[in-house]
Design a protein around this ligand. Structure first.
Ligand SMILES: [Mg+2]
Length: 199
């Protein structure tokens, strides 16, 4: 598996160089860098890194504000770097949806696990969101099918099982998916089972 594409943001060029070196050594690809929060947002839009490592204290726009915007707009996980471990900064970072938090000086021993955890968490969140969307879609489909079934039951004066069987048979015979058929039935308030539908 290829390693993630990372962006490095710090106003100190020496620190950026250090970080780039540590990341490269661990197999990550550093695709962009920036020296302030504003530029970080631009670069995130341009390069779509999978993870951003970002200093807190920077000119023009600080790392927390930039992280908040990046999290909202691009959903890219951010690991923050800070020179101080004051409680307010941690509180602010939590609110900005930060994936990790490291206190300078940064060592490879700290950096790489933090990067890996942030990436893994992000993957998990993405998977959960996808599962949730699928589930919502399934519930919606089920509702549609139930409604269509009700229409068939009423218009043909048949019971639920028979109505469902009719829908299933129709779908198999005409190679139509159930959801499509349900849409058609709801739209037209009825169906002629001997004719192939066209939406
Ligand atoms: Mg700084």
């Amino acid at each position: 598996m290829s390693k993630a594409r990372v962006m490095v943001v710090d106003d100190e060029s020496i620190l950026r160089m250090d970080l780039k070196e540590m990341l490269a050594e661990a197999g990550y690809e550093v695709v962009a860098e920036a020296n302030n929060g504003e530029l970080a947002i631009e670069m995130a839009a341009l390069h779509h890194p999978e993870l951003i490592i970002m200093d807190v204290k920077m000119p023009r726009m600080n790392g927390i504000k930039a992280s908040r915007i990046i999290e909202k707009t691009f959903k890219i996980p951010v690991v923050l770097l800070t020179a101080y471990s004051q409680n307010e900064t941690i509180e602010e970072a939590k609110k900005a949806g930060i994936s990790g938090y490291l206190v300078k000086p940064i060592t490879e021993k700290q950096l790489i696990p933090a990067v890996e955890i942030a990436l893994a968490q992000n993957q998990k969140v993405k998977r959960l969101l996808k599962d949730m969307k699928n589930l919502e879609q399934k519930i919606e489909d089920r509702k549609l099918i139930e409604k269509a079934k009700g229409i068939v039951m009423e218009s043909l004066g048949i019971n639920e099982d028979d109505a469902y069987q009719k829908l299933r048979t129709y779908c198999m015979n005409h190679r139509v998916i159930m959801k499509e058929l349900a849409h058609y039935i709801i739209k037209h308030k009825s169906i002629d089972f001997s004719v192939k539908i066209s939406s």
